[in-house]
Design a protein around this ligand. Structure first.
Ligand code: NAD
Ligand code: DAU
Length: 351
């Protein structure tokens, strides 16, 4: 194999799309997926590539310093694409420490392991940290986050991600670690855990359950199809400049209420329901504490410097997403019952 690329969090939503793309596109790379298989990690997401000769899975927790050192000593990765994280804002409000452990301490363990392995001879190596637009805080009615926007995280989740971004930059400046960072907007698409807005709403609509909309549904998010994010990650990993940051967004802003109304229309069609039927399930509930008002990303740097652009229009992306969830009822049932993660976690325990 030409190179070993360690992808953390590869059993999660975005990570599984990145692993698949890398395994299929680069047969000369050994793709090593490291994941703790938390509630959000599910190897079922990678069934179609798990027997590829250039794919390997290792169950490890990035908060476990010794385990991470052992993985680096054993596999000697040439590159790291770091996605493993606690990712859900609502969970960070009820259990912030879990986010500090995985997102901050876990990232530092990986940075140290990469620094110790690569030392001063880091030519051709790369540590790529995947981050979020939430580090920039909340926008008013106008304007966009650029790479120069000052950090202003406002939830335990975004504060933990901002903190990990600072650690990555500190390791670059202090230890000369070759790093690159990207900050992306809201992703949607197949395999997203149904605690996040879109898959949660799809699942509830299907089962005729209320769709909870926080506050008045006026908060704005910029949505990007997950495969377009994976393509951007591949591009930045291979072509990005060391020490640089790239923003990634869909240029696709929706208020939550408009997004859910659109989703309801698509679901009505897909389920053969009368138009307007699913929208009756919309229920306004208590707002999220500290709920950021608006996120919007300026991806101009990535588009101009590396030639990336999103491939899908939102209408097409949301239809594909609905089709996927309706065609994968067992996946949905199993992640909600925890069956797959328990099954796979047992398979890999003690490795
Ligand atoms: P996810 O919650 O679906 O998956 C996270 C994965 O990380 C899971 O497989 C989980 O098992 C693993 N993991 C968690 N803690 C771990 C630990 N301590 N050790 C090893 N593995 C661990 O998350 P996602 O939505 O796919 O997000 C992936 C990354 O992208 C995160 O870093 C997130 O901050 C970032 N991001 C997400 C979005 C989004 O819209 N989902 C947008 C921008 C950036
Ligand atoms: O912007 C990037 C971020 O997007 C990522 O870094 C996070 O990992 C990812 O979870 C996502 O964060 P959000 O908080 O924006 O996503 P979520 O799907 O949880 O919520 C989207 C919007 O919908 C948000 O304004 C809150 C609202 N919401 C969410 C849920 C789960 C509801 O109104 N009802 C809900 O039940």
């Amino acid at each position: 194999m030409e190179k070993t690329i360690l992808i953390t969090g590869g059993a999660g939503f975005i990570g599984s799309h990145v692993v698949r793309l890398m395994v299929q596109k680069y047969p000369g790379y050994r793709i090593l997926n490291l994941d703790a298989l938390t509630y959000a990690g599910n190897l079922e997401n990678l069934k179609d590539v798990e027997s590829s000769v250039n794919y390997e899975f290792v169950k490890a927790d990035i908060t476990d310093e010794k385990a991470i050192k052992k993985v680096f000593d054993t596999y000697k990765p040439d590159g790291v694409i770091h996605l493993a994280a606690e990712s859900h804002v609502d969970r960070s409000i009820s259990d912030p420490l879990a986010f500090i452990r995985s997102n901050v301490i876990g990232t530092v363990n990986l940075l140290n392991a990469a620094r110790d392995l690569w030392g001063v001879n880091s030519e051709g190596k790369r540590f790529y940290h995947i981050s979020t637009d939430e580090v920039y805080g909340s926008l008013g009615a106008t304007g966009f986050f650029t790479e120069e926007t000052a950090y202003d995280p406002r939830s335990p989740y975004s504060a933990s991600k901002a903190s990990s971004d600072h650690m990555v930059r500190a390791w670059h400046h202090t230890y000369n670690l070759p790093v690159v960072i990207s900050n992306c907007s809201n992703n949607y698409g197949p395999n997203q855990f149904p605690e996040k807005l879109i898959p949660l709403a799809i699942n509830n609509i299907k089962h005729n359950k209320n769709i909870p909309i926080y506050g008045k549904g006026e908060n704005v998010r910029d949505w990007l199809y997950v495969e377009d994010h994976a393509v951007a990650i591949d591009l930045i990993f291979h072509k990005g400049q060391n020490g640089e940051t790239y923003n990634i967004g869909g240029n696709n802003e929706w208020t939550n209420i408009d997004l859910i109304r659109k989703l309801c229309e698509v679901m009505d069609k897909a389920l053969g329901r009368q138009s307007g039927e699913s929208a009756k399930l919309i229920t306004f509930v208590k707002d999220r504490a500290g709920h950021d008002k608006r996120y919007a990303i300026d991806s101009g740097k990535l588009m101009k410097e590396l030639g990336w652009e999103p491939s899908l229009q939102f209408e097409e992306g949301i239809e594909k997403t609905v089709d996927w969830y309706l065609g994968n009822e067992d996946w949905l049932k199993n992640v909600l019952s925890g069956d797959y993660s328990n099954y796979y976690a047992q398979q890999y325990d003690g490795r």
